[in-house]
Design a protein around this ligand. Structure first.
Ligand SMILES: Nc1ncnc2c1ncn2[C@@H]1O[C@H](COP(=O)(O)OP(=O)(O)OP(=O)(O)O)[C@@H](O)[C@H]1O
Length: 507
């Protein structure tokens, strides 16, 4: 337990490998559409129709998911019996948030890795925030969506409440954005998934209320999931609670809202993804906020809106900072982006809720059909058919070469005997799977790494602790090489929990 209470030094060991295939898949689609369009008007109509059929399929799936959520929410959540901290091996810290520390844990009985969030009971009682943990447990339990982290189980001891989630291996969006400036197309890929997650949450009457890049985490395949439902709220009527993270604070906090704060923060995140910075001055630090706060209250001179009902809570410690954020967003010069992107961001950063994108009568449809997102086929994105723009890999351990040819000398030397030798070597090595490997794509599909149980489709070389594995491409004429530095662990694979093994967690 000392391990949990000690302060966590989090160092990100994730690197992001940019996919060369990501952009191609959209270009190809576009070309195909254009060439077909030029050939026949009839064909172009059928393509548009098929796209709208696919949108219908997505919307139908969304409805089914919402129905399942409502069904599960009415079920009483049972804490996992017989689970204690001793049931797990804590491997390393994954992160620390305001409410708890998160660890990568290994559960030997099920041979699974998971993220274990430990929340000190006393701190919750002191700050009277027990509802936060309760809400996270209850909603996370009932939510099932490819873009929302899967909750597995919970248990407690005298000091802590533990929440177990599927382990997301790819680091958060904030880390990705810190080392890569995203293109608009890449930003669309992530935005589309955030939109689908919000669409689902709002369909379940849940406002997320804490959307920020730190709460958006990449999977091993480079897709994203929302984490941290601590501030999520089931909204049956309207809410007026003042909450969120200061940088993403919604301007309307003191007037009734439903889901509109999530759209505002979506606008801020899309701006950050596309331009690399927030639409306001992020250097405006906490101490600066306090010093300005001691100055005269500038509320009456504010340029926010003349509408007196549009109140930002003046008693708030960060009141002036909020003002600055809001004002910053209203004077946006969106010049470094396409017109469609600018119109989407402007639409989301509307002060007036009625005019804000996503908050009108057509709700999320206005976003799903926005011109900036036309390249995205939401049904394909939902089923994760695209190659992700970035593939996360563990720094120092994994070296991936996308288009390495199989060395010709190596190919020539492969005869039956060496093949058999290699095969047996691979079978033996399954005892020593590298902990670091994630997954890799090959043209249009993802390959799990390592995949030592199919020795017939790959070759392996070892040099000291560096191991190279050659995978055949789909067309079988070329190869790509994945090199892993071995880190030995006793047994098992690094699969994250999936739908099937939820059963084992007593769901
Ligand atoms: N399922 C997960 N897989 C991998 N890493 C995770 C997972 N859940 C959380 N983390 C890491 O732990 C960090 C803190 O988690 P989380 O945001 O849930 O905690 P919190 O106490 O609710 O934080 P906050 O102060 O943002 O409310 C995240 O930023 C992320 O880096």
């Amino acid at each position: 337990m000392k391990y949990i209470s000690s302060s966590i030094q989090q160092t990100s060991d994730i690197v992001y490998i940019e996919s060369r295939h990501f952009t191609k898949q959209f270009c190809l689609n576009q070309q195909q559409v254009e060439s077909v369009q030029s050939r026949s008007r009839f064909c172009s109509i059928s393509i548009i129709k098929s796209k709208s059929i696919q949108l219908d399929e997505y919307l139908q799936e969304r409805q089914d998911r919402i129905r399942i959520f409502n069904h599960l929410l009415t079920k009483r959540l049972r804490a996992a019996l017989n689970l204690t901290l001793d049931s797990f091996q804590l491997l390393r810290p994954l992160g620390e948030g305001g409410y708890g520390s998160v660890f990568l844990a290994y559960h030997p009985d099920t041979n699974e890795y998971l993220a274990l969030k430990a929340i000190t009971k006393s701190s919750l009682v002191e700050t009277n925030e027990q509802h936060i943990i309760l809400s996270e447990r209850q909603y996370a339990f009932a939510l099932q969506h490819p873009n929302i982290v899967q909750f597995l189980t919970s248990f407690k001891d005298n000091e802590y409440v533990y929440l177990a989630f599927e382990w997301l291996q790819g680091g958060d969006l904030y880390s990705l954005m810190s080392c890569h400036q995203l293109t608009e197309l890449q930003a669309k890929f992530y935005s589309g998934q955030i939109i689908m997650a919000l669409d689902y949450l709002h369909g379940c009457s849940i406002a997320f209320r804490d959307l920020k890049p730190e709460n958006i985490v990449l999977t091993g395949h480079g897709y994203i999931k929302l984490i941290d439902l601590g501030l999520a709220k089931l909204i049956r009527g309207f809410s007026q609670t003042f909450c969120g993270t200061p940088h993403y604070i919604e301007i309307i906090m003191h007037r009734p809202y439903k889901f509109s704060p999530d759209y505002w923060t979506l606008g801020i995140i899309i701006h950050e993804m596309v331009t690399g910075s927030a639409p306001y001055d992020r250097t405006y630090h906490f101490h600066e906020a306090q010093s300005i706060e001691s100055l005269e209250d500038s509320r009456s001179e504010s340029t926010i809106e003349n509408d007196s009902s549009d109140l930002v809570r003046t008693s708030s410690k960060h009141y002036n900072m909020y003002l600055r954020i809001i004002n910053g967003c209203s004077f946006l010069h969106l010049t470094d982006m396409t017109e469609h992107c600018a119109s989407l961001i402007r639409g989301l950063l509307q002060h007036n809720i009625e005019q804000r994108l996503g908050c009108g009568q057509r709700a999320m449809l206005d976003l799903l059909e926005h011109p900036w997102l036309t390249e995205i086929n939401f049904w394909s994105l939902y089923r994760q058919k695209y190659i992700a723009p970035f593939l996360p890999a563990r720094k120092h351990f994994l070296q991936v070469k996308d288009s390495d040819e199989m060395p010709s000398c190596f190919l020539l030397s492969i005869n039956l005997v060496s093949f058999l030798l290699l095969t047996s070597l691979i079978s033996c090595s399954s005892l020593f799977l590298p902990l670091n490997a994630l997954s890799y794509y090959d043209n249009d599909r993802y390959l799990p790494l390592p995949d030592d149980h199919q020795p017939s489709i790959k070759f392996l070389t070892s040099f000291r602790n560096l191991r190279s594995t050659y995978y055949p491409r789909a067309n079988r004429n070329t190869w790509f090489r994945v090199s892993t530095y071995q880190q030995f662990k006793p047994s098992g694979s690094e699969e994250t929990p999936n739908g099937d093994n939820l059963m084992r967690w007593g769901r």
